[in-house]
Design a protein around this ligand. Structure first.
Ligand code: NAP
Ligand code: MG
Length: 402
């Protein structure tokens, strides 16, 4: 069999712990036998990030800008315990945060659905993709505990020293206060990423805020989306036969539950944080969630939504068997390969990505799955596989499709 050829390299970002082990297995069993894999490899494993003073993360992000498409393995975001465990020079920042800051992107998360795992919401027939604005609001706020009587004001001082003031509250007693901000530019990037991704995946785009209550803050989000839609995307959306739909956040939540799915739901930062956990759980499992970072310029970075599955890795190190679900990591690869194929006009590569996804879903539908899925699947005849067996079962089915 001739291996499928590639033109432009994919930016490959290796990672940590159990997902690093899965990464190797996926390449060996599911990619290398079928594709003449062309990647530019960046080792984002914590040890190498530490050795390179985290320069490798920045290099990887720059490479995504150069080539357009990257695929990333889950990585450790160091905390105090990790600094000790890996003897780190510094508590390095989250690689995802660093890459997102360089690409100025929006993260889209979509569940991978299989027949034998029913969403908790009966009516959901298609995946719901959450787009979370990843800048500002309560995540970059300033907070104060007000000890007692006194007033709190919001003061804006312009470049010439002119002040504009608003009274927040005249406190008679103890209380709390917070100040938060966002940037028009960031909201504009978010809007463009969402509109582009909707066109890309041919899905409707929903967006919601609380603009009736927050007449300046949330209303600005609403206005920016509407303006960009009218000026830049309206015709394209009409041509693609998709819709941009704005409503109030509480109305959106009610409609999402009553919907059939099959659209992108753009959320402000906090809404996205909360709703993505609800959507993931309601569809079955975080291990069945893919994630793609889309920049307003159209750069793409694919990954699994879950972490490095540390607990399984420690079992693995003890020589014990693991049953870790590789589906989201496989779909990170297929997402990246498909996008690479589309950009380079390589139909073979696009077809391969589709076949690998089909083979993966078929494996689960035929009853071969890892433990996490076995626990929530309603199939009668289930064979629980270990991490490696699962990937080998997928390979069997993939080979038949090639
Ligand atoms: P996690 O890796 O997502 O795992 C949490 C638990 O969820 C696991 O212990 C496991 O439950 C279950 N799980 C998650 N993915 C699974 C899979 N593929 N197959 C089977 N079960 C799965 O989160 P964490 O343990 O809190 O974080 C570990 C490390 O990941 C941290 O250092 C964190 O910084 C990092 N992280 C990275 C990313 C990223 O790179 N995008 C995202 C999140 C976290 P059971 O143990 O009950 O089986
Ligand atoms: Mg959350």
């Amino acid at each position: 069999m001739n291996k499928i050829a590639m033109k432009t390299p994919l930016v490959e970002m290796d990672g940590d712990e159990m997902t690093r082990i899965l990464w190797g297995m996926i390449k060996e069993e599911l990619l290398n036998p079928f594709i003449d894999l062309k990647t530019e490899y960046y080792d984002l494993g914590l040890e190498n990030r530490n050795e390179t003073d985290d320069k490798v993360t920045i290099d990887a992000a720059e490479a995504i800008k150069k080539y357009g498409v990257g695929v990333k393995c889950a990585t450790i975001t160091p905390n105090a315990a990790r600094v000790k465990e890996y003897n780190l020079k510094e508590m390095w920042k989250s690689p995802n945060g660093t890459i997102r800051a360089i690409l100025d992107g929006t993260v889209f998360r979509a569940p991978i659905t299989v027949k034998s795992i029913k969403p908790y919401v009966k009516g959901w027939e298609k995946p719901i993709t959450i787009a979370r604005h990843a800048y500002g609001d309560v995540y970059k706020d300033i907070e104060m505990k007000i000890p007692g009587k006194g007033k709190v004001e919001l003061v804006y001082t312009d470049e010439n020293g002119n002040e504009t003031k608003e009274l927040v509250h005249n406190f008679n007693d103890a209380g709390i206060v917070l100040g938060m901000h966002n940037l028009n530019k960031s909201i504009e990037s978010f809007a463009r990423s969402c509109f582009n991704y909707a066109l890309d995946t041919r899905q409707d785009l929903w967006f919601a805020t609380k603009d009736t209550i927050s007449k300046k803050y949330d209303h600005t989000f609403k206005d920016i989306f509407q303006e960009i839609y009218d000026n830049e995307y309206k015709e394209k959306f009409e041509k693609a036969n998709i819709e941009y739909f704005y409503t109030l956040i509480d109305d959106a939540v009610a409609r999402v539950i009553k919907s059939k799915g099959g659209y992108i739901w753009a959320c402000k930062n906090y809404d996205g944080d909360v709703m993505s956990d609800m959507i993931a759980t309601a569809f079955g499992s975080l291990a069945m969630m893919t994630s793609v970072l889309v920049s307003p310029e159209g750069y793409y970075e694919y990954e699994a939504a879950h972490g490095t599955v540390q607990r399984h890795y420690y079992r693995h190190l003890e020589g014990k068997e693991t049953s870790t679900n590789s589906v989201a990591t496989i779909f990170a690869w297929t997402g990246a390969l498909r996008k690479r194929g589309e950009l380079d006009k390589l139909q073979d590569l696009v077809d391969f990505a589709n076949k690998l996804e089909e083979a993966t879903i078929q494996t689960i539908d035929e009853g071969y799955m890892t433990k996490d899925l076995a626990m929530i699947s309603d199939l009668d005849n289930i064979t629980i596989t270990n991490s490696e067996e699962f990937i080998k079962e997928i390979r069997k089915r993939l080979e038949k499709k090639m």
